[in-house]
Write a protein that binds this ligand. Structure first.
Ligand code: SAM
Length: 339
């Protein structure tokens, strides 16, 4: 194969010039001997082009060794399998939950779903790939999924900031995209707090907080599968003395409790506002409500909190957009101190 032979001391400068001109064949390795360096050239390079550089270059035939380069990106795994113009539609971001990969595949690429699934499996080196079949819906906030490739198992253990979270992606809500928000909340919690997580799911907030702080958490969820995995996660993370799992509708089960909470977490962004009246009954003076809502502004959720607080004074200590939900609409987080 065609290459250029250059003295060792000039090799680096010449390599840079040829790289800038895209003349070096990057699929092959540069070789060296005592005196010379050999740079592999692209087949298409014309001798006249090299002469025009006005540097002493000797063109030689050499056996260059091929680079051992695997595909680097998810798209590399699809090269040659799907028409390149169509790959533009493919979402390059997907969720990885433990050993499970969850993809979103647009309608016109459904014909390639198994090829895309296999590429995701090879790229991520996880065990199973599922495709989203519906929006997140219903009271339990879960979505339909279709198994594409790998093992047909939707149960897995996800590790997040050192917490081990066991769940079944088909039966419960869980979003790895809230990891930073959970960690932000952990930093806010003080030792000694009594906390209610009204919509605890499998317990990612609960586990993260109680692993790192001396707290007592009442963790409520209406989905029996979520409570099943919450109990598993209490065991997995040795939190039996810190977390009380409660199955049921937060409104019903908390109505019967007399808890003086330092903090109430309300991550049910579609309908959490319907439960603010209960939260106000259970939060102690100076306690904090970590409230979430889908909103295009901060005023709407803040006004709801202020309205529910009635004559009590509300201090907004933090407000932020956690993640985008749809164009212009955010999963908004409000930390409100109720005095
Ligand atoms: C958006 S998920 C959040 C789960 C968890 N906090 C997390 O961040 O992964 C909301 C959870 O609220 C639960 N839920 C919905 N309505 C409820 C209610 N009335 N009482 C208790 N839990 C409820 C759902 O089953 C679901 O697990």
């Amino acid at each position: 194969m065609k290459g250029i032979k250059v003295p060792r001391k000039e090799a680096n400068n010449i390599r840079k010039i040829l790289m800038e001109e895209s003349l070096i064949n990057l699929d092959f390795k540069i070789t060296r001997d005592q005196e010379f360096v050999y740079l592999p050239l692209k087949d298409s390079v014309k001798t006249e082009k090299l002469v025009s550089f006005d540097i002493d270059l000797e063109i030689v035939e050499n056996d260059f060794e091929a680079q051992k380069r695997g595909p680097k990106s998810f798209m590399d795994y699809l090269k040659g399998k799907i028409d390149e113009t169509e790959t533009i539609e493919i979402k390059k971001s997907f969720d990885i939950i433990g050993d499970v990969v969850i993809l979103e595949i647009p309608e016109d690429l459904q014909k390639y779903k198994y090829i895309i699934g296999k590429a995701a499996l090879d790229f991520t080196k996880r065990k199973a790939v599922f495709m989203k079949k519906s929006e997140i819906k219903g009271v339990t906030r879960i979505r339909e999924m279709e198994h594409l490739t790998g093992e047909n198992t939707s149960e897995t253990i996800h590790i997040e900031y050192g917490s081990r979270i066991m769940l079944d992606v088909k039966k419960v809500y869980f979003s790895p995209r809230l990891a930073t928000e959970r960690e932000r909340l952990v930093q806010q919690v003080q030792d000694g707090e009594i906390i209610i997580d009204m919509f605890a799911g499998v317990g990612p907030f609960v586990v993260d907080i109680s692993r790192k702080k001396e707290v007592l958490v009442y963790a409520v969820d209406i989905n029996p599968h979520a409570i099943y995995y919450l109990k598993k996660n209490i065991e997995l993370n040795h939190l039996e003395k810190k977390v009380i799992p409660i199955l049921g509708d937060a409104r019903e089960v908390l109505r019967q409790k007399t808890i003086n909470a330092d903090r109430i977490i309300m991550n049910l962004p579609g309908t959490a506002h319907e439960f603010l009246d209960i939260a106000m009954k259970l939060i102690k003076p100076g306690g904090i409500i970590n409230y979430y809502e889908f909103s295009s502004d901060f005023d709407t959720p803040i006004n709801r909190i202020v309205d529910a607080a009635g004559s009590r004074n509300v201090e907004i200590i933090n407000k932020r957009n956690v993640k985008s939900r749809s164009p212009g609409v955010w999963h908004v987080s409000i930390d409100a101190q109720i005095n």
